[in-house]
Design a binder for this molecule. Structure first.
Ligand code: MIC
Ligand code: SF4
Length: 639
């Protein structure tokens, strides 16, 4: 029986376990990446583990999220990350270099290698044939310390591409189509592997747009083969020597298949407030827009921005529209500056902003109250832009550019569009700080006053009694749990301060209610914790006393982050029980250490007298972490 590409790479990296869907496996991790908004925790945890030498082939610490530096906080975090990176042999990418995922495929990604990153869009690396997985910060710290990562082996879905995209239809439309078909939870427990003749028509950066937004499917990762296009991309980055050809066996067997005829796709948009709320631009109609934002790790490649420049050239941005463009990397920005495309954008009336995450994570450029913003980004969750009542649509760079000129959501579909010639880039590492000559002895940790210790749980007690502090609906995002914008993001290394904003957009009373309750339980619907990898969405509730979460289902990374923090994720056996529980109810898990060992666990409601059967679904390793009160406590006990 032929093998899928995903399983071939996993097999090459298997350290423990049986490689079959649903089995717990441990794999070797070749590379890690961190970014600054999750990175401070990662490096605090790495320091706490007292590691002598990191075990990966390459680890990079990028600074791209928190680059506003409105106070000392961001700059102190950068200094802290740089110091710990240097102490441990980790490369440091300075602010201004660009967005971690774009930079990683340009500079370091290698087909067939494994990459673990403390950011949910790490699967961008699947665009060059890596198994690139997003994880919580602690998992990345442990991967650096031990060189391994444990996960449940996913199923593999085959997305078979045929045909060829028409002008004005792009990679973004492919992934929006897949999201429309599979939904934001359609990829949970799965790897999405793209195959078929259509793959040959897509460049590496097109593929990276698709694997990047595979995160929005909830997938473990997404992957493309490594072929002639991969070779051409790596050569264009001055790294042809790193190219390795890779593909699935021709008779590979997949768990599911979705066929997509590229020739039939048309320009699409994800409507407010979910990436899977997709319809065609034509059906949505000419919605009047206030802002267009082009960039983010999804769509800020050289080709994307050249398409934008060619559409803008000689035109004028509509008078009521603010167009902002943030290139993905310094290398791209430099090329746009030298070939004149930057001037074409500026002359048309575009605002050029820093090559960083920026507006994608609410760091500036919030739309006006009730405003409509078209973005080439990957998430349009309510409030994420920094404006609670704004409507955000996710679109391709082509749709964004033409809409900026027309002032309404539109497309140039069925008209001509210039082909973009590939460019050659010089390898430039002037933004990279190498750790040469640095050791733990000669490089002290730079601790600013905003950096506070992270909370630790306690070992599982025999009786776990807690009050229901929140009763939430379906698809709660980690942005809902721990919002991020320019007010809050500078405090990612200060959990006590962050706790004041926990669930701010859902229930303002949440922090106060938790403090009054002492110990809390959150009740959620389907796909609880979708979105970002931020472990703050577990650490902050932990700090506020949350001890278990009951939901209809969980998103992968958040579930792991809860377990890493010693918070028990429990799935309703009878989803109807969700409606029986009320805010303020007093719940209890009796004999908790014995009960978590079983397939079913009983939660008693002391207020109503009812009982709920819950499914812990914990692997052996996860049970151990819960018993010890989290991963750090477990690791310490092993020393
Ligand atoms: C995001 O896009 O939500 C982020 C910000 O990049 C996060 C990481 C974070 O919350 O710091 C992610 O995707 O993991
Ligand atoms: Fe940055 Fe946005 Fe990409 Fe997250 S999704 S890494 S915030 S650009």
């Amino acid at each position: 029986m032929g093998k899928t590409l995903a399983y071939k790479i996993l097999e090459n990296h298997l350290v423990e376990g049986t490689l079959a869907p649903g089995e717990e496996i441990k794999i070797r991790i070749d590379q890690t990446l961190t970014q600054d908004s999750t990175g401070t925790m990662v490096y605090l945890q790495l320091e706490a583990m007292d590691v002598e030498k990191i075990q990966t082939e390459l680890s990079v610490a990028y600074i791209d999220h928190n680059t506003l530096q409105t106070g000392f906080e961001n700059a102190d975090d950068h200094e802290f990350i740089k110091s710990v990176a240097r102490r441990h042999g980790v490369l440091f990418s300075k602010p201004g270099n660009g967005i971690c995922h774009q930079l990683h495929i340009e500079n370091f990604g290698i087909p067939g290698k494994t990459l673990l990153g403390s950011d949910s869009h790490t699967p961008t690396g699947g665009g060059i044939g890596m198994i690139a997985i997003g994880a919580g910060g602690l998992d990345v710290a442990v991967a650096m310390a031990k060189g391994t990562y444990s996960l449940i082996a996913p199923k593999v879905i085959n997305v078979k591409l045929t045909g060829k995209l028409r002008p004005w239809v792009s990679a973004k439309d492919i992934i929006l189509y897949v999201l429309q078909k599979l939904s934001v939870k359609g990829g949970v427990g799965k790897i999405v592997e793209y195959t078929g003749e259509g793959v040959k028509t897509l460049s590496v950066t097109d593929r990276a747009t698709i694997t990047n937004m595979g995160a929005e499917l909830g997938a473990t990762t997404s992957v493309f083969e490594s072929d002639e296009n991969t070779k051409a991309f790596m050569e264009s980055q001055g790294r042809g020597g790193d190219f390795v050809p890779l593909a699935a066996d021709p008779d590979a067997v997949y768990d599911e298949t979705l066929e997509v005829n590229l020739s039939e796709l048309e320009p699409l948009a994800a409507k407010p407030h979910s990436p899977d709320n997709v319809d065609s631009v034509k059906n949505i109609g000419p919605v009047k827009i206030d802002q267009v934002a082009i960039g983010s790790c999804t769509n800020s490649s050289y080709t994307d921005l050249m398409k934008v420049a060619s559409i803008l050239k000689g035109n004028k941005v509509a008078q009521d529209v603010s167009l902002v463009i943030s290139p993905g990397s310094s290398r791209i920005l430099s090329k746009l500056a030298s070939n004149g495309a930057l001037a074409d954008m500026i002359d048309a009336g575009a605002r050029i902003i820093e090559n960083a995450c920026g507006p994608c994570i609410g760091m500036g450029q919030s739309p006006r109250s009730g405003g409509v913003s078209l973005r080439t980004f990957n998430r349009n969750f309510k409030g994420r832009s920094g404006t609670k009542d704004a409507d955000i649509y996710l679109v391709s760079p082509e749709t964004a550019a033409i809409s900026a000129i027309k002032g309404v959501l539109t497309t140039g579909f069925e008209t001509e569009l210039a082909e973009i010639a590939p460019a050659q880039f010089a390898f430039n590492d002037n933004f990279i700080v190498y750790p040469e000559g640095c050791t733990k002895e000669n490089t002290p940790v730079a601790m600013g006053p905003n950096i506070k210790p992270f909370p630790l749980n306690e070992a599982l007690s025999s009786e776990l009694a807690a009050e229901v502090v929140l009763h939430a609906g379906d698809n709660i995002t980690t942005d809902d749990i721990m919002p991020s914008d320019s007010r809050i993001l500078p405090y990612r290394s200060n959990v006590p301060h962050l706790s004041n904003y926990c669930f701010e957009n859902i229930d303002r009373e949440f922090p106060a209610r938790c403090r009054a309750a002492g110990k809390g339980v959150i009740v959620g619907g389907e796909n609880y914790g979708q979105g970002s990898s931020r472990e703050h969405a577990a650490l902050v509730p932990l700090y506020l006393g949350v001890r278990f979460v009951m939901a209809k289902s969980f998103a992968r990374i958040h579930r792991s982050n809860l377990i890493n923090s010693g918070i028990i994720p429990l799935v309703f056996k009878n989803p109807g029980d969700y409606d029986e529980i009320n805010l303020g109810d007093q719940l209890v898990i009796e004999n908790a250490p014995e009960q978590i060992e079983k397939e079913e666990l009983i939660v008693k409601n002391r207020t109503s007298g009812k009982e709920y059967t819950m499914l812990p679904k914990l692997s052996e390793l996860e049970k151990k972490m819960i018993r010890f009160g989290g991963k750090i406590n477990m690791i310490k006990s092993e020393e």
